[in-house]
Design a binder for this molecule. Structure first.
Ligand SMILES: C[S@@+](CC[C@H](N)C(=O)[O-])C[C@H]1O[C@@H](n2cnc3c(N)ncnc32)[C@H](O)[C@@H]1O
Length: 278
């Protein structure tokens, strides 16, 4: 049984994951499987399932094996060499939407720094019908993945993509700046679980010696990029909210909200320009 093989390999939810792989290998739905759980597999289906099981037992995430992942209300493609978007990041989307709730139909300009798969930009554009987004990533693979997911979600006409180093080459002001930058301390990279260490790119994970390098770079440019009444939102590591708040304060930005993820950790820090000194 696939579930037994996954359990023996130390996979955390072997039954659920085995069922997801089975559905993909056979094209059956959850309902089909509930109605005919013992329908025999064809030889081709059995071969596909066995290949999937081997890959999952070698710690490749199910989303990478199947090439897609649900994020927010969307079905996104997961590309090799690009960070697989995580449920924690949906908290950033939720927080951003609640901060601009009264401007939902306004032509908001959004800057997504480190767009990766494009998950955040796609989710925000899908909820803000008149908004426009600029997605930036240093990785060419990530830029291609952002473009592919924007197209997949029918959002390409409201987005542009720039390959570059954070906001270095950007000018102008934005109503919403969002970023889930790399925030793992370099010395912690080797201890990450194999699903992450072997499959997510180091460029998407490594936040430098204290994990805060990318926040420093982005926050240094934030004041010149924020429009009046604009917000900047960061996803942060589970123990980094206070440090990121201090970096924001150093640059004249005041924390507007700190939101917790489903596990109760402070995961999102939102800030805006503080009052100008008189
Ligand atoms: C943690 S991933 C986030 C991806 C996506 N926004 C998400 O939430 O799923 C960080 C992203 O930042 C990008 N990145 C790393 N350093 C960068 C830099 N100096 N300038 C722009 N993007 C960078 C990586 O390529 C990666 O796609």
């Amino acid at each position: 049984m696939v579930a037994d093989r996954l359990e023996a390999a130390g996979v955390a939810h072997p039954q659920d994951e085995a069922r997801a792989l089975l559905r993909d290998a056979t094209g059956l739905t959850r309902l089909d499987l509930a109605l005919a759980p013992r329908a025999p597999l064809t030889a081709e289906e059995a071969r596909a399932l066995s290949g999937y099981a081997a890959r999952r037992a070698a710690h490749e995430p199910v989303s990478r094996i199947l090439g897609e992942r649900g994020f927010w209300t969307l079905d996104l493609a997961v590309a090799p060499g690009v960070l697989d978007p995580r449920p924690d990041t949906e908290t950033l989307v939720e927080t951003a939407l609640s901060l601009v709730a009264e401007k939902r139909d306004a032509p908001l300009s959004i800057l997504d720094l480190g767009s990766g798969s494009g998950a955040i930009a796609c989710a925000l554009l899908s909820e803000l019908p008149a908004a426009w987004a600029l997605a930036v990533d240093l990785s060419g693979e990530a830029c291609a993945a952002t473009a592919a997911n924007l197209a997949r979600c029918g959002l390409s006409d409201r987005a542009s993509i720039v390959r570059g180093r954070w906001a270095e080459a950007l000018y102008g002001r934005f109503d919403l700046i969002v970023s889930n930058p790399p925030y793992v301390r370099t010395e912690d990279l080797a201890g990450l679980e194999p699903e992450v260490r072997l499959h997510d790119p180091a460029l998407a994970l490594d936040g430098g010696a204290d994990g805060l390098d990318c926040y420093r770079d982005i926050i240094a440019d934030a004041p010149r990029l924020l429009a009046e009444d604009a917000f900047i939102l960061f996803e942060v590591g589970f123990d980094q909210a206070a440090s990121v708040a201090a970096l924001l304060a150093d640059h004249g930005l005041e924390v507007a909200r700190v939101a917790r993820d489903a596990g109760g950790h402070e995961r999102i820090v939102a800030a805006r320009l503080g009052p100008s000194p008189t």
